[in-house]
Design a binder for this molecule. Structure first.
Ligand SMILES: [Zn+2]
Length: 451
């Protein structure tokens, strides 16, 4: 079996790994590069092997840095099936067409302002191409093995978001596992990642390879921020990823309000995508920790904001409230006009939770920036900026070490990916010292024979 790294090396996006066994070629994850421009430009480099030579794609989960290149791969000639869990398929039905729409909008903007090198600028793929890509999806439940040519594959729960899986790929001699993005042992909404007893080789994420999440009680932190802000008549803004974070935040806020730990201010979920995802989340109840009553409370205690017009009206509402809106790293979306409306006033608060990639507005704010470019103009940010790091959907390096410690025996080698260079290297040292395992940090294009 041969393994090649075509992305998520030295960075947290663009997960793409090719597994070759004889004539069988399987691509595990097919992600977009995201973040700074130099990374995004990589999406335009033709795929390193002929797309038509790939037999199948297997997705760990629906986040775009793991699935968002798929419509482009199909455009380049890939014609095989796309295997994933049923929930991943449902989430991809929401995320991929939206990604196509954003690609079209980007191209349109580039043409309008003439800042593309290509005339006319083309989208990476369109909303229609993304919709067509969904027809290739073949959902398979956790633990059900299936064959792709000479390889056998199955999924186990990774705990990161709904549907997220570790992917196990086997030939007659060896088992190769991909952790995908790995969830946490004590997430408020998701169940912990299922332990893996053994594998010969492991491709492991290292997003938080050099950082620990605070042990603080997230509900306590959130209640503190909401109470302070509302006492001053302010509004709390929660930029959140549509998948995962938005549902966790809603659940925590619903619980805090029900137990009267925060006042009865209205919550708004201002993201059509997050609204759709919340409905999917509540349908897959056994896969997460929430009871049916908690799901009902989560869906009924919030006001959904569907239209852009209603969202703008919300920006003009002076009453204390809590707004959850995308995008999670403030790279776009409705959170931007709320930040423009509320960010200048000290009484309001913006709560950043989760990983903020370099080059994003969210990262700039965490680094201390207090002026942001919004809609082409520089806007002062005077509101409180709070960071709740412990709401991350990624295990930190110690939590990953704890998960690995449950393996019955050490893999022959672990490959660390999906981390900035310092994070990956720090996690390598930690795992070598703690477990005495053989750990490597591969580079883009590296290939290894897994004998
Ligand atoms: Zn993810």
């Amino acid at each position: 079996m041969k393994l090649q790294f075509f992305g998520a090396t030295g960075t947290v996006t663009g997960s793409r790994y090719l597994v070759t066994e004889g004539k069988t070629r399987v691509l595990v994850d097919c992600g977009l590069f995201q973040g700074v421009k130099a990374l995004r430009l990589r999406n335009w480099t033709p795929f390193p092997v002929r797309a038509s030579d790939i037999d199948a794609v297997v997705l760990t989960h629906a986040h775009l840095d793991h699935s968002g290149y798929l419509p482009r791969l199909i455009h380049e000639g890939f014609a095989g099936p796309v295997y994933c869990t049923p929930a991943t398929r449902e989430l991809a039905e929401i995320l991929l067409p939206d990604s196509g729409k954003l690609q079209e909008e980007d191209a349109e903007r580039a043409n309008r302002y003439g800042y593309s090198k290509h005339h006319p600028a083309e989208p990476l793929y369109t909303e229609r191409q993304a919709e067509r890509a969904l027809q290739a999806f073949e959902p398979v439940d956790f633990h059900d093995a299936f064959a792709i040519g000479a390889l056998r594959v199955h999924f186990t729960p990774a705990g990161h978001i709904l549907g997220a899986a570790c992917v196990h790929v086997e030939n007659a001699a060896r088992r190769l596992c991909f952790s995908g993005d790995l969830g946490r042992p004590n997430d408020p909404a998701m169940r912990p990642p299922e332990p893996i007893s053994r594998c010969d080789y492991l491709v492991l994420e290292s997003t938080y390879g050099d950082r620990r999440h605070e042990a603080a009680d997230v509900g306590e932190q959130l209640a503190g921020i909401v109470n302070d802000t509302v006492a001053h008549g302010g509004t709390v803004l929660l930029p959140a990823f549509a998948v995962g974070r938005a549902q966790t935040l809603l659940h925590l806020l619903t619980q805090l309000r029900a137990s009267k730990r925060i006042p009865a201010v209205p919550f708004y979920l201002d993201s059509p995508m997050a609204i759709d995802v919340t409905h999917v989340f509540c349908r897959y109840r056994p896969q997460h920790r929430l009871s049916e009553a908690e799901c009902r409370a989560l869906c009924s205690g919030v006001t959904y904001v569907h239209t852009g017009q209603d969202s703008e009206a919300l920006s003009a509402d002076p009453h204390p409230k809590i707004i959850i809106a995308g995008a999670g790293m403030l790279t776009g979306g409705r959170i931007l006009h709320h930040l423009k409306a509320f960010g200048g006033d000290r009484r309001n608060a913006l709560v950043i939770c989760g990983y903020q990639a370099e080059g994003t507005r969210g990262h700039a704010l965490v680094q201390g920036a207090r002026t942001l470019k919004l809609y082409g103009e520089y806007v002062p940010v005077n509101c409180r900026i709070a960071v709740i790091d412990s709401l991350s959907a990624h295990a930190d390096y110690v939590e990953i070490g704890d998960w690995l410690a449950q393996f019955a025996e050490a893999p022959r080698r672990v490959f660390l990916t999906h981390g900035e260079p310092l994070a990956a290297d720090s996690q390598r040292r930690y795992l070598e010292e703690r477990l005495r395992w053989n750990v490597a940090v591969p580079a883009m294009g590296d290939e290894v024979m897994l004998d």
